[in-house]
Design a protein around this ligand. Structure first.
Ligand SMILES: NC(=O)c1ccc[n+]([C@@H]2O[C@H](COP(=O)([O-])OP(=O)(O)OC[C@H]3O[C@@H](n4cnc5c(N)ncnc54)[C@H](OP(=O)(O)O)[C@@H]3O)[C@@H](O)[C@H]2O)c1
Length: 259
């Protein structure tokens, strides 16, 4: 896919991977619509990208998500792609996760991309693109954020199924599975803290800019799924071939409680 003169909606554009994608897509000549809850942070991201439309919305609020989509349909006759980057973590065992927070997690990480895609798909022409920023946690169950993992497994299934549903229209669906990306993600979680013994043990670390570069290359080369960095595929493969060993190693990491 080419980016010049194409219009993309990027969710979660005020921070981290979404913000880096905004800057990287703009450098390729794309036009951008940026959304998240915080207007000031979105305006800073828009300025960094050399100008973009900013529409704040809370994607866990059905009315707010609906007005975002209605505004896009009214103001932008054509939309070439969506990057679903808004997402949040929750560090707790499934049985200790607060039920309201678990619901918000699923609303943002899974239901919001489904609903926004449903509403905006009629705007996207044949040959367009949908990008889901998922996680390697959607390929390997990570017990210190089990429900987050579950939300990303659901997102992966949606993304893979959508690609098949849209194949006739040549709309590419790129599923991005980063390992660990240096962003404020760990400070923004709904509950708990990263396990102490994991915090200093980050094998496959990348910057948000490296992740955005991988997204651009993935779209340009018509990829289906990418793991970022690519060496993370080894972890995915190891978990498929030797689940007992890999899951046994994962069990040593326990999330820290924050009440
Ligand atoms: N960082 C990692 O290690 C990592 C690894 C794998 C996958 N990921 C995935 O990458 C994506 C981006 O995460 P990140 O690392 O860039 O984290 P981040 O810096 O915390 O960014 C999260 C983004 O989501 C937005 N957001 C949060 N709640 C929202 C809501 N209710 N409605 C609308 N927007 C909301 C935030 O903006 P506002 O606060 O302005 O609303 C922010 O722009 C997520 O889907 C995450 O699961 C991250």
């Amino acid at each position: 896919m080419q980016f010049r003169e194409k219009t993309f909606l990027i969710t979660g554009a005020s921070s981290g991977i979404g913000r880096a994608c905004a800057a990287r897509f703009a450098a390729e000549g794309a036009r951008l619509i940026l959304t998240s809850r915080r207007r000031d942070a979105l305006e800073a991201a828009a300025a960094q990208a050399g100008g973009a439309a900013v529409i704040p919305a809370d994607l866990t609020d059905a009315n707010s998500a609906a007005s975002l989509c209605e505004r896009i349909c009214a103001d932008f006759p054509r939309l070439d792609g969506i990057v679903h980057s808004a997402g949040v973590g929750l560090y707790a065992p499934s049985y200790d996760s607060h039920p309201d927070k678990a619901r918000r997690l699923l609303e943002l990480n899974f239901l919001a991309p489904v609903e926004i895609t449903r509403r905006l798909l009629p705007q996207i022409p044949d040959g367009g693109a949908v990008v889901t920023i998922s996680s390697v946690a959607g390929k390997i169950p990570l017990p210190w954020l089990n429900l987050y993992s579950a939300s990303k497994y659901a997102l992966n299934a949606f993304s893979d199924g959508l690609r098949i549903e849209l194949a006739e229209r040549r709309i590419g669906v790129l599923n991005v599975c980063p390992c660990y990306v240096e962003t404020p993600f760990q400070q923004n979680v709904l509950q708990g803290r990263v396990p102490a013994n994991l915090a200093g043990d980050r094998m496959f670390k990348v910057t948000a800019e490296e992740c955005a570069e991988a997204v651009v290359n993935g779209l340009r080369n018509g990829k289906r799924t990418i793991v970022v960095p690519r060496i993370g595929w080894l972890l995915v493969l190891a978990a498929r071939l030797f689940p007992a060993t890999v899951h046994g190693r994962m069990a040593q990491y326990k999330p820290r409680r924050v009440d």
